[in-house]
Design a protein around this ligand. Structure first.
Ligand code: RTP
Ligand code: MG
Length: 210
């Protein structure tokens, strides 16, 4: 299937969007400042590209997505609501959420860049020790801001007020994961949500963004 369509927001913002079976291409003729082509990574349904594009472009802000995961200790300690609360009250949008057990293979893939570290085997065992809660959050600079909300890797170095600074002590029981860059977020969202995320219109958009 091939689809070509034109999206017009105002006299300065016109885009040509082209879909084939697997990819979406967005022309650069438009004037939505800071819009990043990489944000429209591979997804299952072509219509998702268009919905994401329409929902995020009309705010004229650089929307990002990040992968946030409550680790097995965070789930067992009843901290799921605390994590959701911090992201939700800040104004970020929840785009996907599920609870699942993690296989060894999946945990190894997720932390593949740490495979040479001495703590890798323990980290994988920890991640497979109980269910995790997987989430995608969206918003302006949510990757960097999400890391601030989470705090430093070593909870003892985390600022009070951050999740790790408030809820944990040990680096190997640090409650939550957050993507460290826009590129790794895209990779992790694809790894944990191959089915795609929920595309919907945000009722509070104009009250959160100018
Ligand atoms: P995460 O990926 O889980 O959000 O953590 P992070 O970016 O803050 O830190 P990263 O370097 O990616 O490490 C991933 C997880 O490995 C465990 N770790 N243990 N024993 C150690 O020295 C050590 N260093 C890291 C932590 O659980 C860390 O979150
Ligand atoms: Mg990391």
């Amino acid at each position: 299937m091939c689809v070509l369509c034109c999206v017009v927001f105002d006299e300065k913002s016109v885009f040509v969007v082209y879909f084939d079976d697997f990819f979406c291409f967005i022309s650069e003729m438009g004037g939505v400042e800071g819009l990043k082509k990489e944000q429209f990574g591979r997804r299952r349904r072509p219509i998702d590209y268009l919905l994401h594009f329409v929902h995020t472009s009309n705010t004229h802000v650089n929307m990002e997505r990040t992968y946030i995961m409550i680790k097995p200790d965070g789930v067992q300690r009843g901290l799921i609501h605390k994590v959701i609360e911090r992201f939700e009250q800040r104004g970020f949008y929840l785009k996907a959420m599920k609870m699942q057990m993690v296989t060894k293979e999946h945990a190894e893939k997720h932390y593949a860049d740490l495979s040479s570290k001495p703590f890798f085997a323990g980290l994988v065992t920890y991640m497979c020790s109980g269910p995790v809660v997987c989430m995608v959050w969206e918003g302006k600079e949510v990757v960097k801001t999400g890391r601030k909300i989470i705090g430093a890797t070593n909870p003892l170095a985390s600022e009070p007020g951050s999740l790790r600074g408030d809820f944990c002590i040990e680096v190997g029981r640090n409650v939550i994961h957050g993507s460290d860059a826009v590129e790794s977020a895209q990779h992790e969202i694809g790894l944990w949500f191959p089915e795609g995320v929920c595309e919907y219109e945000h009722a509070l958009q104009k009250w959160i963004y100018e």
